[in-house]
Write a protein that binds this ligand. Structure first.
Ligand code: TNX
Length: 511
């Protein structure tokens, strides 16, 4: 198949050929097929063009697709999971290998919908066959440092699932707050959810809220991974249940950094409003700690249809190493007992005996330093695999550039090109097959509003989505091609109300 760079698609498909001209979309256009996704498509076309196309459910009697109609169907014989084909000629037909593939084909179709100079609407003719490179294409939202409610999380899901990202990791607890109701330990939300970093308002999800998020994510083919961060990042647990955590450990860098930022130091029993890390630890040698972990993991597992529970493990500077390793082994075993696959930040690879099959999440640099790479490799020695979140390219909370109003700087400045130009394999000394894919975390110390979240996530999530989805060898996997294709997403993002950062290196298009 001939490749053209001219189709405005992100992530770039496995193969795509532009056809001649366009297929008009008008009020007479109908969409045939699978009701749920047909409605999603019709709603998105309307938001973009103000044209309301009819779904076949409303017009079943009219039968066969006519010229100009849209057809959606699933062909279970198609091989690649999450794959699809899209053919736009006199009709536009999306064929998914499965429900997810059909959804992704519809997202591609929506990127081909363009307004002509005379104000009419059409879909660019094309012949596309597509499927993901990595099964794991993730994004993380930190709702602990700043809380974001159900409506915001749904909007987030809409924006990132349209880029074919399929895992949503929710960072549900940290020093600054506990964000999910746990029936067996009710004081967590009662006492430790009221504030966010900087003294901003907090919040938490009831179990019904959380189920609503999980169901919405599933309808956009995203698996939700809940994280409870342990044994460090646990100051908020101690505000609710003082006997579960040690006294804060105030190291020199925490004191200096808090002073520089004008932030308070952590005080046992009081909600923590600063950003410092590494000062808290649950009590490792107290059996009550494990009763707590078991209860929380059990209640989270009940809310989680997906296979994973993330148990944290990062930056436990307040926990002695032997204690940390002991905790890592016990906590990952508890997740396995609850019937889920544990995920842990890569530091837990320091433990000889983390549970078999635990998945590691690597957040070191693309040029690994210190023990990070070794810790990460341990997961494969224990039959697990790795998710790549290198902080110098995949961290959505880093500033784009020196003058960015939002974001941190400790890992790097990450402009759109830095988020785009990297390769997830070959960073760690593990077989390529051990790399499940990538995840782009959005830590929310500086993101106070959902608008802030969107400014940091878009457009970099699009760059990361292409790293995760598109074939490494594709001729269109170049910065020059990407920046043009990314620029063409602007009208779609505007129609969807996404407040993206208008990065100056991208030629944003008006139509
Ligand atoms: C490091 S990297 C953290 C988070 C912070 C983030 C800020 C990692 C697993 N943990 O606690 O929010 O830096 O960039």
């Amino acid at each position: 198949m001939v490749f053209t760079h001219s189709l405005p698609l992100v992530p770039v498909p496995v193969s795509a050929t532009a056809g001649e001209g366009r297929m008009p979309v008008t009020a007479a256009t109908r969409v045939h097929g699978a009701a749920a996704v047909a409605t999603l498509l019709a709603d998105a076309v309307e938001r973009r063009s103000s044209i309301r196309i009819a779904t076949a459910a409303q017009r079943t009697a009219e039968g066969e697709p006519a010229s100009g109609d849209l057809v959606l169907r699933i062909d279970p014989d198609m091989a690649a999971a999450e794959g699809y084909t899209l053919t736009v000629g006199d009709t536009a037909e999306v064929v998914g290998a499965d429900e997810a593939g059909l959804f992704y084909g519809v997202q591609t179709l929506l990127q081909l919908l363009r307004e002509d100079e005379d104000g009419t609407w059409a879909i660019l003719r094309a012949d596309i066959a597509d499927a993901p490179r990595f099964a794991r294409r993730g994004v993380m939202l930190d709702v602990a440092r700043h809380f974001f409610g159900v409506a915001d999380v749904k909007a987030f899901i809409d924006g990132v699932s349209a880029l074919k990202l399929n895992h949503l990791h929710l960072h549900l607890s940290d020093d600054q707050g506990w964000r999910i109701h746990i029936d067996s330990w009710p004081l967590l939300t009662e006492r430790s959810s009221g504030t966010s970093a900087g003294g901003d308002p907090g919040g938490f999800y009831t179990k019904d809220d959380y189920r609503e998020i999980v169901a919405y994510a599933a309808s956009r083919h995203m698996i939700v991974i809940p994280e409870i961060d342990l044994p460090g990042h646990t100051h908020a647990i101690g505000v609710a249940y003082p006997d579960l955590v040690e006294a804060p450990v105030l190291n020199d860098s925490l004191i200096a950094e808090s002073e520089r930022l004008g932030q308070p130091l952590p005080v046992a029993g009081e909600n923590y409003l600063g950003w410092g890390v590494g000062h808290s630890s649950v009590r490792i040698h107290d059996e009550r700690t494990y009763r707590f972990v078991r209860d929380v993991v059990r209640e989270l597992a009940e809310l989680t249809p997906g296979p994973y529970i993330h148990i944290g493990g990062d930056e436990s500077l307040g926990t002695p190493k032997a204690d940390f390793d002991l905790f890592a082994a016990r906590a990952t075993a508890i997740v396995v007992e609850a019937g889920k696959v544990p995920i842990a930040w890569h530091e837990m690879g320091s433990a000889e005996d983390i549970a078999e099959g635990t998945v590691g999440q690597y957040w070191g640099s693309t040029t690994p330093a210190g023990a990070h790479a070794e810790e990460a490799a341990r997961f494969t020695a224990r039959g697990g695999a790795l998710i790549m979140s290198p902080s110098n390219v995949a961290y959505l909370d880093m500033k784009y550039a020196e003058d960015s109003p939002l974001g941190l700087t400790w890992a790097a400045f990450i402009d759109v090109r830095a988020a785009y130009d990297w390769e997830p394999t070959g960073i760690l000394e593990v077989p390529d097959a051990a790399i499940l894919g990538i995840e782009a975390p959005l830590w929310s110390e500086t993101a106070r509003t959902f608008d802030d979240v969107e400014q940091l996530v878009f457009p970099r999530a699009a760059a990361l989505a292409e790293v995760a989805w598109s074939p490494q060898q594709s001729p269109a996997r170049t910065w020059e091609s990407f920046r043009e294709r990314l620029g063409a997403l602007a009208p779609l993002w505007k129609a969807e109300g996404i407040s993206f950062h208008p990065a100056p290196e991208i030629p944003w298009s008006d139509r």
